[in-house]
Design a protein around this ligand. Structure first.
Ligand SMILES: Nc1nc2c(ncn2[C@@H]2O[C@H](COP(=O)(O)OP(=O)(O)OP(=O)(O)O)[C@@H](O)[C@H]2O)c(=O)[nH]1
Ligand SMILES: [Mg+2]
Ligand SMILES: [Zn+2]
Length: 306
């Protein structure tokens, strides 16, 4: 073996200048080569999900020589700087949008926001309806509406894991071979679901009872977990996820059921609000697009956070 070993890997965790990298030779703790820090100023240097080229320094230790080009990113608006992007996870394929029966309350607006984020980022969205043990017909009907739009909906129960019908096996199958992220409000059971798939993860699970309506996040940093034959990011539930960069004119395309009607409005730049002869509004009136989903569209267009 030569004493200069280069290996490719994927960043599982980034904390205070140290990166945990999963390589073919095991888990390495790495630092960034100083040169890299100067090259990239604007966007985050190296984030969870990045594919990197590492040079081995010592047993289990290495230096990140190169961050390979990102295929895509899941980002949010930087908390302090208005025009800055805060990259959360790189190279994702899939976004699991997790909601729960019962508690915390199920907000269709929030569900629609997450779906728009996924569509805009080019991620496959999978809806997870967790806490199946608290199922109500009314909430089931809501999830079914999304299934009709073509989104896969997985019904799961993290508490009944190993029961047939708990949906955990189906979730695991979806995770295999992908890099996925979990989005969803605090308390819906994201960490519980990952623990149900792989108990060795032993993720911290919080109680929802003392959460405020905005939710406190038990999971604070984005971390990529090896789950089965895939990777899963356990990210905090974020309201403003990725939408800040979405130009007004691209919002309609992020609503899958609007796509067949696009290009049929009188005005080429129709925003489907008050414009005359609008194909989208006609489709809403005809019931081809639900009034609820149209309302979500309208609110997002106006930048309404709720
Ligand atoms: N009844 C029921 N409760 C569940 C289920 N899954 C999770 N919970 C409970 O919901 C609460 C929140 O679960 P977590 O896994 O911590 O939720 P989370 O989405 O990771 O929350 P954050 O990390 O704060 O974003 C805990 O009290 C879990 O025990 C389920 O299938 N049924
Ligand atoms: Mg969690
Ligand atoms: Zn229109």
């Amino acid at each position: 073996m030569s004493d200069e070993i280069h290996v490719e890997g994927i960043v599982l965790r980034a904390t205070a200048g140290f990166f945990e990298v999963d390589t073919a030779q095991g888990l390495w703790t790495c630092k960034l080569r100083g040169r890299l820090k100067k090259e990239k100023q604007r966007t985050d240097l190296c984030v969870v999900g990045d594919r990197v080229r590492v040079e081995r320094a010592d047993e289990g230790l290495g230096t990140i020589e190169e961050v390979l080009p990102r295929r895509r990113v899941l980002s949010r608006q930087h908390p302090a700087q208005a025009r800055r992007e805060d990259v959360l996870v790189a190279n994702l394929d899939q976004l699991f949008v997790v909601f729960a029966f019962g508690d915390p309350p199920l907000h269709p607006r929030m569900l629609d926001r997450f779906l728009v984020v996924a569509e805009h980022a080019g991620l496959d969205a999978v809806i997870v309806a967790n806490k199946l043990d608290r199922e109500t017909d009314e909430q089931r009907a809501l999830f079914e509406r999304y299934a009709k739009l073509g989104y896969p909906v997985l019904y799961t129960c993290a508490h009944r894991a190993s029961d047939p019908g708990d949906g955990i096996g189906a979730l695991r199958d979806r995770i295999d071979g992908h890099v996925s992220a979990f989005a969803g409000a605090s308390g819906v059971g994201k960490s519980s679901l990952l623990n149900a798939i792989d108990p060795e993860l032993a993720l911290k699970v919080g109680a929802t009872s003392d959460h405020t309506t905005k939710g406190r996040h038990t999971t604070r940093v984005a971390t990529l977990h090896r789950v089965g034959n895939g990777y899963v990011a356990d990210t905090p539930g974020i309201r403003e996820l990725g939408l800040w960069e979405l130009p007004e004119g691209q919002l309609d395309r992020c609503f899958v059921e609007m796509r067949p009607f696009l290009g049929q409005c009188s005005f080429r730049d129709c925003r489907h609000r008050t414009e005359p002869d609008c194909a989208i509004k006609r489709a809403v009136e005809a019931g081809a697009i639900s009034a609820e989903r149209y309302e979500s569209y309208r609110r997002m267009l106006e930048g309404d956070e709720r």
